[in-house]
Design a protein around this ligand. Structure first.
Ligand SMILES: Nc1nc2c(c(=O)[nH]1)N[C@H]1C(S)=C(S)[C@@H](COP(=O)(O)O)O[C@H]1N2
Ligand SMILES: [Mo]
Length: 247
């Protein structure tokens, strides 16, 4: 990816409201978010470009172990028969598929993921509704999984699907390949509890809670977000929330 400059930031912001030529340029530079359509286009585009330029790959703030707080589960775990059966079987048959623009698609078990080199961080999960908690998250860096799967050079985004069909999301490569972005299988030293997305969730600490998809089942590398849902990059913009939700 090309380094981002102030000039590109200005171009990207301008492109959201200006000429088609400028929009094409900014889109090629990767500074136009998928939800830059309709009345929110200028705001979403400026917000995304500003974060990308100003924060770069700066890590999310990390905390000490004694700063860990009581976790707050946003809604109980799913209670449909399929999830209940997986849970009763300690998630032995749960799979995470890696598909799309990769040379070696794979289907991984939870035990297989847990056996891989793990990474941990103590970070805040911050919900857009105004609450947060600090926990230690353990998982496999998404970058390592994508490298093993052979991420193809034409891929621009990683799409995430989960056990709940209404919830899906995507990340650009800067966020997907960031070292703090984990496929988490552990929380506070134990297996990830079902209330918090067990057996597997996306843990992307530089983004708001709603980007941290729980109950992960499939990861797809793509260069065309338009073919997913309403083409806005995730379920969130369909409900009025921004696709890019950097904190
Ligand atoms: N599959 C799925 N993922 C999800 C949600 C959900 O309801 N289903 N809620 C999101 C929201 S809005 C937040 S704030 C966090 C909450 O994570 P927690 O339950 O660990 O607090 O998960 C996010 N990921
Ligand atoms: Mo949330």
């Amino acid at each position: 990816m090309q380094p981002l400059t102030r000039r590109r930031l200005i171009l990207a912001g301008a492109a959201a409201v200006a000429t088609p030529a400028a929009a094409t340029l900014a889109a090629r530079q990767g500074l136009i978010p998928p939800d830059a359509v309709g009345p929110f286009a200028p705001g979403n585009a400026l917000n995304y470009a500003a974060h990308r330029v100003l924060t770069g790959d700066a890590p999310a703030r990390q905390f000490r172990r004694d700063q860990i707080t009581k976790p707050f589960a946003n809604g109980p775990a799913p209670d449909d028969p399929a999830y209940v059966a997986h849970r009763a079987a300690a998630f032995t048959d749960w799979r995470l598929e890696i598909t799309g623009l990769v040379t070696r698609p794979v289907s991984l078990s939870v035990a297989g993921l847990a056996a891989r080199p793990a990474s941990s961080h103590i970070t805040s999960l911050t919900c857009e509704e105004g609450w947060s908690y600090i926990a230690e998250w353990t998982g496999v860096p998404l970058a390592a999984l994508l490298e093993d799967a052979g991420l193809r050079p034409e891929a621009t985004h990683i799409v995430f699907h989960c056990h709940q069909p209404d919830w899906w999301d995507s990340l650009d490569l800067a966020e997907a390949l960031h070292p703090q972005t984990l496929i988490a299988h552990g929380m506070n030293g134990a297996a990830l509890p079902p209330d918090h997305g067990g057996p597997l969730r996306l843990r992307v600490p530089r983004q708001l809670g709603y980007k941290n998809l729980k109950y992960l089942t499939r990861i797809t590398a793509t260069n065309n977000l338009k073919q997913f849902g309403q083409g806005l990059g995730s379920a969130s913009p369909e409900a009025g929330y921004a696709w890019h939700a950097a904190i």
